[in-house]
Unconditional design. Sequence first.
Length: 151
Amino acid sequence: MKRIGVRLWWLILCGLLAAHSVCAQGEKPGGGRDDEISKLVGNWSGESVCADREKFPACNDEQVIYRVALARGKSDTLTITADKVVNGKPETMGTYDFVYDARAQTLVSEIKTGRGHLVIELAVKGDTLEGTLATLPDKTVVRRIKVKKDK
């Protein structure tokens, strides 16, 4: 009888520890933030079009491919390698970390280059990412981006 009591106590303790771990991470059993961000992993294809050719005359409309992966060691971050398609072949433009805001359903990345400071903001709408690339600090929109997840 004593042995059954110890087993029962052990099962209850394990259950409480598991529940505490799930709750401490802000997740629900059977699905949560990790599942949500994991659904964004994969290849996305679409377009990045110029928003203002007068202000940005060197801008060209592009077909793009975004390769999305989980960032190492950061539970709220995805790493996106952005390619533009030139002559039917992908050319990498860069690799950037995007912070995922589950509540707002957005991905945001700030990029500093020799040409300036930029922000890419993408809204997650099911199998579509839609948003802008803008200059900082004024948030002048340079590009409008819309990509769909490849099946």
